[in-house]
Write a protein that binds this ligand. Structure first.
Ligand code: ZN
Length: 318
């Protein structure tokens, strides 16, 4: 009797173990199936199934909005232009459609340039589609041919530079004035003289300058060379044209003063605002003498990135 009971127990135990094993296998199988099903619902899987690599799929998900990712998937075709664009350092997802639109008629333009042009809005003609400059940004405000100051802009306290720092009557707002004096004093210790020849201008004065140039040379020349009222950084109080003795606009770039500024201006909060070969972004022919105060921290950043302030503003501030 006891023996038979024992046998039965043994049999039941074996059965139970078998059930447990079957149950475990089944569970693992179902869980895996479920995981697979879930993975097939992900954008990553959907992107990979239209031939994007895992790395590309992850980049697309990281750089684009959910809606944009959905649109990429709906195309059911790998988009190499999209990949080039999202790999650009200053890619902004809000501009994706504009980049692509621009690329269609400018296939020779590099993707770096396409991103830069669209970010700063330079695909439009100067003074077309303008907006008010955001003056609440203070020393970081962007004023150019798309971001205009209003006629009643208040530049705050305007301070005249002492004779040893300027040629003629030149003034700037307080913070720019003080930074320039500090910079000019430091330059003097290196036997470099920095002289401000132009600083703050009123809206009315800028208007006069522009009209004079336009009346003599015509609108196209005037717009390429000078700024219409409201579009000059000189109206902000944060810009200074810097020269040295016996230098003109033609040879300033070759002077030791320019070299000194190129090496040190950012340490005092100034940047060269209209660099060479960037007119298509800044709207201005190169001006090796035009420096803009944006504060030490930002000036160092802009300098180290090697981009125009228009680009910096579009990507990091706006
Ligand atoms: Zn200037």
């Amino acid at each position: 009797m006891a023996k038979r009971k024992k046998l039965k127990l043994k049999k039941n135990a074996r059965k139970a173990i078998l059930y447990i094993i079957i149950f475990t296998f089944l569970s693992v199988f179902l869980v895996n199936k479920y995981k697979e099903y879930r993975y097939h619902q992900t954008n990553e899987y959907k992107l990979i199934s239209i031939n994007y690599t895992l790395k590309e799929a992850n980049k697309i998900e990281k750089e684009l909005t959910k809606k944009q990712v959905k649109e990429v998937i709906e195309k059911q075709k790998k988009d190499s232009v999209l990949l080039s664009l999202i790999n650009e350092k200053y890619f902004l997802k809000k501009n994706l459609d504009k980049y692509k639109e621009y690329y269609k008629s400018n296939t020779e333009t590099s993707f770096t340039d396409i991103v830069a042009i669209i970010n700063v809005g330079a695909q439009e003609e100067w003074y077309y589609k303008t907006k008010n400059a955001d003056i609440s940004k203070k020393e970081l405000m962007l004023v150019n041919k798309f971001h205009l100051l209003k006629e009643d802009y208040d530049p705050g306290e305007i301070v005249k530079l002492e004779g040893k720092y300027s040629y003629g009557e030149v003034s700037a707002n307080k913070v720019t004035h003080d930074a320039f004096v500090k910079m000019a004093d430091a330059a003097r210790k290196d036997d470099i003289s920095l002289l401000a020849t132009s600083g703050f201008r009123t809206y009315e004065r800028q208007d006069e300058i522009y009209r004079e140039i336009r009346n003599v040379n015509g609108k196209i020349y005037a717009d390429g060379f000078a700024a219409r009222a409201g579009a000059s950084e000189h109206e902000t109080g944060y810009a200074i044209d810097v020269f040295t003795y016996s230098a003109t606009t033609d040879n300033f770039e070759g002077t030791d003063a320019y070299k000194w500024l190129d090496a040190h201006a950012q340490d005092y909060g100034f940047i060269l605002r209209y660099p060479k070969e960037k007119k298509y972004l800044t709207g201005y022919t190169p001006e090796s003498w035009h420096f803009r105060y944006i504060g030490v921290e930002t000036a160092k950043k802009v300098k180290s990135l090697g981009i125009t302030y228009d680009e910096y503003y579009a990507y990091f501030i706006e």
